[in-house]
Design a protein around this ligand. Structure first.
Ligand SMILES: *Cc1c(COP(=O)(O)O)cnc(C)c1O
Length: 437
């Protein structure tokens, strides 16, 4: 039996349930491929993060990095749980606006925010702009001046710490496109420019060292570095940050070989580091902000697929073909991400073979799993891939002009369609015909 499936997720018929809803019923009602979220799991993780701060009486914000999965319904759930959100584009901000998300709890990130995006953020009074570069300081100053407005800002720095994770998703090393460099004095220069601007209210500093990180060490080093900079800014410029934002990146378990700490345990250790370091350097304890994306959305998500054709080659692992693939989950093709998959009708069934789960897209690399033990399957069987909630649907594409799947939120035995399946008409609705002479 797959150890990620809790006993209470199996109903009397022996089927996998998600949010108390039978996964085979979901597949029947909404079709496959289908993305399903267990909403209670999303709430549990946000609450677990909040509790860590509340137990320690530390001011905080749990700011969901919405790029992991952005949808009106998701912003509504986060708002209901008292979370903040990070957005990185006009599109994510627009979705949050449509969800009536409280704008004061929105942080705007990005290494190349456009003037139009900054205008939109200022016009909607977002709570925080996380400043990434000098060009942005100038643009934001112009936008604020044109509207005679002011706004809270943070400075993103590159802490020079490389987390031990997949090289494609490191962002904290010195050679990164994100944030101000420390050694060359760019972060200090940015601080002085912002302090000199009457329209920007400098609130604190930010670092995000990467994603799917398992080692505590990198987070603790980054947290200590942020406090060290805070002390340096106080000593050099008389400015003491109110907020230290340590970003996200808390690793989650995808396969049985993964043994991460609980996401909230990473955060507890980070808070302790910040406490110790601020005491050492005689700073007051700042508010601590975190930006978990994957750890909130990932474990709550399931992708349901239907088995179709099969290819057996003597001496090689069989290919079991499913009705989705890289268009709804690019992560295996993009960075060899791994997942576990179970038979929805019987997640406890004995495995009979190890197969490759192949998608239906015209790319040899469209393999969602290279070695998945499964019971013998037949066409029409429904498979449930686990922990697909982060960077799955969010990175979905229409490659091969396949429609993107529907998304369902399931909670307390009830299913709610929160994103409709794309139709064939949706696929051509931006196309215009080309009339030739
Ligand atoms: C992507 C990102 C996050 C979230 O990372 P996860 O690995 O999903 O937790 C947080 N902060 C920033 C600035 C990011 O770019």
């Amino acid at each position: 039996m797959n150890s990620q499936i809790a006993p209470d997720q199996i109903n009397a018929a022996g089927h996998l349930t998600i949010g108390g809803v039978d996964s085979l019923e979901l597949a029947k009602e909404y079709g496959t491929p289908l993305v399903v979220y267990d909403v209670a799991q999303i709430r549990r993780q946000i609450r677990a993060f909040k509790k860590v701060f509340e137990q320690r009486q530390v001011d905080y914000a749990v700011s969901y990095a919405s790029k992991a999965f952005a949808a009106i319904a998701m912003y509504q759930v986060v708002a209901h749980e008292g979370g903040h959100v990070d957005v990185v584009s006009a599109g994510e901000l627009y979705t949050a606006i449509k969800a009536n998300f409280p704008m004061e709890n929105v942080s705007f990130h990005g290494n190349n925010k456009s003037r139009a995006e900054l205008e939109m953020a200022v016009d909607h009074h977002v709570g925080m702009i996380v400043i990434d570069n000098f060009h942005e300081i100038e643009l934001l100053n112009e936008v604020l001046a044109s509207r005679d407005q002011s706004i809270d800002v943070m400075i993103r720095i590159t802490p020079g710490i490389s987390a031990h994770t997949n090289k494609y998703i490191q962002t904290g090393q010195v050679d990164s496109k994100f944030g101000f460099d420390l050694q060359s004095g760019q972060a200090d220069e940015a601080l002085q420019k912002i302090l000199a601007s009457p329209r920007m209210h400098m609130k604190g500093l930010h670092a995000h060292i990467g994603s799917q990180i398992f080692e505590l060490n990198g987070f603790q080093m980054a947290a200590a570095k942020l406090v060290e900079i805070a002390a340096h800014w106080r000593d050099e410029f008389g400015y003491e940050p109110e907020i230290v934002n340590v970003g996200g990146g808390f690793g989650i378990r995808y396969v049985s070989a993964d043994h991460p700490l609980k996401p909230e345990d990473f955060v507890a250790a980070i808070i302790e580091t910040i406490k110790e370091e601020t005491q050492k350097l005689n700073l007051k304890m700042p508010a601590v902000w975190i930006e978990p994306g994957r750890s909130i959305a990932g474990p709550a998500g399931y992708n349901l697929y239907t088995v179709g054709s099969r290819k057996d080659v003597p001496g090689l692992l069989p290919y079991v073909m499913i009705d989705g693939g890289m268009g709804d989950n690019i992560r295996p093709a993009l960075y060899e991400a791994e997942y576990e998959t179970v038979l929805a009708a019987d997640p406890q069934a004995e495995n009979a073979e190890t197969v490759r789960l192949a998608g239906k897209y015209c790319e040899s690399g469209d393999i969602l799993s290279q070695h998945q033990p499964l019971p013998k399957t037949k066409p029409g069987d429904v498979l449930a891939m686990l922990d697909t909630g982060a960077y799955g649907y969010a990175m979905a594409s229409n490659y091969n002009r396949n429609p993107r799947p529907a998304v369902v939120f399931a909670e307390n035995g009830q299913a709610h369609l929160v994103i409709e399946r794309e139709s064939l008409d949706d696929l051509v609705h931006l196309d215009r015909s080309y009339s030739q002479a």
